[in-house]
Write a protein that binds this ligand. Sequence first.
Ligand code: IDP
Ligand code: MG
Length: 138
Amino acid sequence: MERTLVLVKPDGVRRNLVGEVIARIERKGYFVTNIRMLQADRALLEQHYAEHIGKPFYEPLVEFMLSGPIVALIAEGNRVIEGFRSLAGATDPTVAAPGTIRGDLARDQGTKVVQNIVHGSDSVESAEREISLFFGGK
Ligand code: IDP
Ligand code: MG
């Protein structure tokens, strides 16, 4: 069964949207098979967002992800990686389609980093790498 790593980012936790995100995953028919709330540290985020090191939004992104607790979960199902990214919507919430998590629940806050409620892995390789980071290889 395919797996993906979903994060509810600090904006989603602060706004009490953890249940909303989980409900959308479950209503779509995917299974939540592991979940934890944590306060990330810089070392974890540097590994998680390694592909973005050096980009102008990298440091604001790390600061944002350090700004409060996050929820990490594993969702499972056929084509769940693609399916969750479809549920999440486009990175920029201003243009994310209505009906998606980002399109319905987020907007531009004028910050250096886009605050867009959720993260979802973008490939099988990144999903397995990210699941190992947040769940220790389980
Ligand atoms: P994704 O979360 O849709 O996969 P990525 O390109 O992997 O998007 O970027 C990781 C995160 O960095 C985004 O979710 C968003 O919070 C932030 N981000 C990405 N691109 C920009 C940008 O151009 N400006 C500000 N923040 C950005
Ligand atoms: Mg990404």
